[in-house]
Design a protein around this ligand. Sequence first.
Ligand SMILES: [Zn+2]
Length: 73
Amino acid sequence: MWFMSEVGELAEALRGQHKSEEVAKEFADVLAWLATLANIAGIDLNAAIEMKYGRGCPYCEKIPCLCSPTEKP
Ligand SMILES: [Zn+2]
């Protein structure tokens, strides 16, 4: 629930006319809660990211992704 709340706050910050420092803090909150949830679930977040995105986009395999906006998951 805390994670979803923080995602909501980030969405609100991105939609509004907030200072970039405030938006950055919301990103930090979301990342901190995501890392906490991964830890509770016993997931190595670094390993998970490397597994899925270590070779770039899992679909086009490019860095940065070259998929068209309509093809992005
Ligand atoms: Zn791609």
